[in-house]
Design a protein around this ligand. Structure first.
Ligand code: KIV
Length: 272
C-alpha cells in the first residue's frame, strides 16, 4: 500500500466495547446510503434500526418490519459507509423463538448486508440467545428498558422505571445481557437515575436514548434529530429543521415550474 492511499478501517466491535467509561460514543440510526455517508463522519456506529418501519415506511409500530426490509436497508448503509461500525436490528419474530432461529436469521443478516453486528430487544429472557450468538461469531448489541417491539404487551411506548420497585428488574436485565456476551447495551426510555445505575452496574458500554447523559454513548433516530417531523418525543433534541428546508425547496420548485422559471437555459441540452 503506497503512503498516498490511506487504508480506511471500520470501527470494530472490540474497539467500541473498550469505550466503556471513556469519551462518549456517538451514534445515529441510518437507513440509506447518502445519509449514512454523511453521518459516519461523526458517528462511531450507525444502527439500521427497525424504527425504519415507522420512519421510512409509515408503519404504526416496528412490529410489522420484515427481515427482508432490514436486509435491504442494511445493504444500503453498508454500501454507503467505510468507517463506522454498522449494526442491523433483528426484526420482531426473527429471533425470539429459539437461539437457533436467532442464529439462522442473524447469520443471514450478516452475510447479506456485510454488517458487523446485530441488535435484538430483551433482557434476561434473551440472555441464552445472546450467549449462543456471541459464542458463534455474531456480535450482539442488546436493547433493554423500553423495547418498542413489545409495544402490544406494554400498551404503548411507556417510560420505564417511574416506580422504583421496577428498577432492580431492569438492572438485572442489563447484567444478564452483559454477562451473556453483549458488547454494548441500548438503554431506551428509562428514568434518568435508573439509566445511571444500569451504566454503573455493567462493564460494557450503555447507549442511551431517552435515558441519561451518564450513559457511555447516545443514539437518536436521525430523522427525529434532523427535524424532519413536526412532533418528536421529549427525549429528542432537534438539531436541524430539515422538514422545513425540504418543504421550502419543494414549494420553490413548484412555483418555478408553474411560472416556467424552471428549467432555465442552464438546465437544458443544446444541439450544438
Ligand atoms: O430501531 C431503532 O431505531 C432503535 C433505536 C431507537 C435505538 O432501536
Amino acid at each position: 500500500m503506497s503512503s498516498q492511499t490511506e487504508t480506511i478501517r471500520r470501527v470494530t466491535v472490540p474497539q467500541l466495547r473498550a469505550r466503556k467509561g471513556a469519551d462518549p460514543i456517538v451514534s445515529l440510526t441510518a437507513y440509506h446510503a447518502h445519509t449514512a455517508a454523511i453521518a459516519e463522519k461523526y458517528c462511531d456506529f450507525l444502527l439500521v434500526g427497525d424504527s425504519l418501519g415507522m420512519v421510512m415506511h409509515g408503519m404504526e409500530s416496528t412490529v410489522g418490519v420484515s427481515l427482508e426490509l432490514m436486509i435491504m436497508h442494511g445493504k444500503a448503509v453498508v454500501r454507503g459507509t467505510k468507517r463506522a461500525l454498522v449494526v442491523v436490528d433483528m426484526p420482531f419474530g426473527s429471533y425470539e423463538e429459539s437461539p437457533s432461529q436467532a442464529f439462522r436469521n442473524a447469520a443471514k443478516i450478516m452475510k447479506e448486508t456485510q454488517c458487523q453486528a446485530v441488535k435484538l430487544e430483551g433482557g434476561a429472557r434473551m440472555a441464552e440467545t445472546i450467549k449462543f450468538l456471541s459464542e458463534r461469531g455474531i456480535p450482539v448489541m442488546a436493547h433493554i428498558g423500553l423495547t418498542p417491539q413489545s409495544t402490544n404487551i406494554m400498551g404503548g411506548f411507556k417510560t420505564q422505571g417511574r416506580d422504583e420497585d421496577e428498577w432492580q428488574f431492569h438492572i438485572d436485565d442489563a447484567v444478564a445481557v452483559a454477562d451473556a456476551g453483549a458488547f454494548a447495551v441500548v438503554v431506551e426510555g428509562v428514568v434518568e437515575p435508573l439509566a445511571d445505575k444500569i451504566t454503573k452496574a455493567i462493564d460494557v458500554p450503555t447507549i442511551g436514548i431517552g435515558a441519561s447523559k451518564t450513559c457511555d454513548g447516545q443514539i437518536l433516530v436521525m430523522e427525529d434529530m434532523l427535524g424532519l417531523n413536526d412532533w418528536v418525543p421529549k427525549f429528542v433534541k432537534k438539531f436541524g429543521a430539515v422538514g422545513e428546508a425540504i418543504e421550502d425547496a419543494i414549494a420553490s420548485y413548484a412555483e418555478d415550474v408553474k411560472s416556467r422559471a424552471f428549467p432555465t437555459q442552464d438546465n437544458v441540452y443544446n444541439n450544438k
